[in-house]
Design a protein around this ligand. Sequence first.
Ligand code: SF4
Length: 470
Amino acid sequence: MQAVRSQRKSFVKEVVPTLPLYRSAPALEVRLEEFELFALDRLRVLKGISDGLSRGKKHDEMQKLAIELWKTNMRHPQASEVVNKDIISHFVLRLVYCRTEDLRKWFLSMETALFRYRFMNEQPEPQRALMEEFDLPYKAVGGSELESVIDKLVQVSRSLGAQSQPTASDIFFKVPFEEVPELVASRRVFISKGHAYIARNQVVSLVATQFRSLLSKALILTNRKWTTTIAEQEKDRLTPIVEALSSSYLGPDYSEPKEFGQISLKDIDDAAKSSFPLCMRQLFEKLREDHHLKHGGRMQLGLFLKGVGLKLDDALAFWKAEFSQKVGVERFDKEYSYGIRHNYGREGKRTDYTPYSCQKIISSTPGVGDHHGCPYRYFSEENLRAALGKMGVTGRAVGDVMDKVKNKHYQLACTLTFEAIHGSSCDAGINHPNQYFKDSQTIIKSKVCSLRESFKVPSEADIAYSRSTV
Ligand code: SF4
């Protein structure tokens, strides 16, 4: 596969199965924009699956979620290009995720999970074709051999609560038990003399193991190629794209407040209590306490406040009111006001800077005296429990949040906090502090509206209207 700058695209036509096995990179040219965009779309699918699994969704829910994610993100305006998009995006992400052991592990698990859900979604015919593609050497068991074990197969099937039981006319495959570790671990298969008896609907486990093993080897080979040649050869073109992709933020841009227009200085303390995520509350409180924040904190909080709608003049007044208590008005004007105007694109290169995403905040490492970064990652257990209590998270929810933190699922911990505080689910998960703020305000405003409705409290517009008509 070759990435090119040209607008021209030429594909070598191949017979590609509905569900490709990605055995080798296809001979095709792809434009640089597509190289990146296709990979981002596939990343959305893999990240969605990863979130669903970490949230403990059941198998059926995961199956539905994965297929929906696939349909939403992997579309292409030209139907004929859908398969190419699938293949290109896989190979680009293979480059991205071959580079370290942790990246390989994550990609391998998510791609295998995706393959499994897609395989389950196929009709029996394409499923059979895929088994042939893998060249699986297993023969169907029948006749007297199947009859000799059918009672055991029925017992396993009953223990799984299956509605219909297997009969001697069904198809089973006999495979070495180590090839279906998941079925063995979950006791969903009958084993005799080192062989597991697999029903037709369990074949996915077998196929997924094959897929995983193929991909695992391929990732090691890709890593070798990447470190020995590609990274250097492509250092001015593909390497920066590949390196940025594994930490890409995939959500919307929050540099401009859209829904809620503005936040004024008089409302900022209430908004902080009700709608700031923990990372921003921490900075906000430290600023109010110490009347100072170091550079990392000023950037993280300053850009967040810009994103929630604090205008430049209000931002200058807000920071000045705090900093001047510590460093005096003159020093604030001289040393700190420039940075605030800079964030709003009024100084320097006049770039309008974007608020930080969770991914960026989580990956930062605050030093001594710093308060930026994600508290779910860097707070001690004791401090985190205390902070959660202050936010109103109590009882079982605290344990659930702490569990996610222990497993390093910081954004999920934040999502569970959001859900506990607002009493409402957040299926998309928290990916950005400004998304937290926006979703929180949406819920709070809809609760206020329904309270108004139920108590028939007139809205400000109603009051204004009735005044004007008196
Ligand atoms: S998960 Fe994101 S929004 Fe939540 S505290 Fe961490 S950085 Fe902030």
